[in-house]
Design a protein. Structure first.
Length: 55
């Protein structure tokens, strides 16, 4: 997931430099969403993985 967040971030940066504002904002929005989802999934797996090892 972090890979896809990085890909969308690079697309947004390149599109912003070239001047495609709409493409840049959409790609940056996708990058933020994918990054947040990856962080949430990481936290869930860390919490439930640690809880499973304690038993």
């Amino acid at each position: 997931m972090f890979y896809w967040a990085a890909v969308f971030l690079v697309i947004a940066l390149v599109a912003g430099v070239i001047g495609f504002g709409a493409v840049a904002s959409v790609s940056f929005s996708f990058a933020k969403v994918v990054f947040v989802v990856a962080i949430v999934l990481f936290l869930f797996s860390a919490v439930f993985g640690a809880r499973g090892r304690m038993r």
